[in-house]
Design a protein around this ligand. Structure first.
Ligand code: FPP
Length: 245
């Protein structure tokens, strides 16, 4: 099947129902370093290819009609890597924020960043704030990048806010204290590169998410892989702890 989008056509794999997409998709884009090493390239080339693929997959997600996609971009633990790798990641983030907003606006993609990104170097944090402000009016895909993010830290921050306010929370009201306030819970999490763990990504929000693990490294993850993950999600039997209806 093909989907006509203006003068462009997108190939849709058989069986994929674009009316039953996950409301909120999470991606752990792992394996940039290994992708580069396998090609005899420096790790920085892997991150460059990774960001290029992020651009492609964000456009594709918006073309498919996804509403929320959240990407684990930089964990708080990633900041413990050697200084030259961390500096390179900061450069990539700053460049993305400065150069990509125009294209995001053209695609009606709203950019949102969660995590303790304000603790990063000032020019990186201000580039992030500017990119978010420039795309705030966009109403298509909400593309959230988790930057200097950790799931436990997110929960502890929320608990402290609740303690300070002196008001008991419920499972639902607690969600409004997390960085993901206003977003639906995750329905599906994709992790590339063969690792099968969560690594502290949105741990409260993924309580009932389905998981899809693929061996390919993130820079090689393509539109067909993306659709196969969505199709696998549609074939799962989600019971949320109940019985099959
Ligand atoms: C995972 O591969 C990737 C990362 C830890 C960092 C990815 C971040 C960027 C490319 C910067 C992106 C910036 C924006 C704005 C999206 P890895 O390095 O853990 O790979 P490995 O497990 O093979 O070593």
């Amino acid at each position: 099947m093909t989907l006509a989008l203006g003068n462009k056509e997108i190939k849709i794999i058989p069986g994929l129902d674009l009316n039953r997409l996950p409301k909120h998709l999470g991606i752990i884009m792992d394996g940039n370093g290994r992708w580069a090493t396998a090609k005899g390239l420096p790790r920085s080339a892997g991150h460059k290819a990774g960001i290029e693929n992020l651009r492609k997959m964000s456009v594709f997600a918006s073309e498919l009609g996804l509403s929320y996609m959240t990407i684990f971009t930089l964990s708080t633990e990633n900041l413990k890597r050697p200084k030259d790798e961390v500096d390179n990641l900061f450069n990539l983030i700053r460049t993305y924020m400065n150069e990509d907003t125009k294209q995001l606006v053209e695609r009606d993609i709203r950019l949102n960043v969660i995590g303790a990104y304000k603790d990063l170097p000032g020019d990186v944090a201000s580039a992030i704030d500017r990119a978010m402000a420039d795309t705030r009016h966009c109403g298509g895909l909400t593309l959230t990048l988790a930057v200097n993010y950790g799931g436990r830290a997110d929960i502890i921050r929320a608990v402290n806010t609740a303690v300070k306010s002196g008001t008991e929370v419920t499972e639902e009201s607690f969600k409004d204290l997390l960085y993901t306030k206003g977003m639906p819970d995750l329905d599906l999490v994709i992790r590339t590169s063969g690792e099968q763990r969560i690594s502290n990504f949105l741990i409260y929000q993924l309580a009932y998410a389905e998981f899809y693990f693929i061996k390919k490294h993130w820079p090689s993850f393509n539109k067909k892989d993306f659709q196969e993950a969505l199709l696998a999600f549609q074939q799962r039997n989600r019971r949320f702890g109940g019985v099959k209806s």
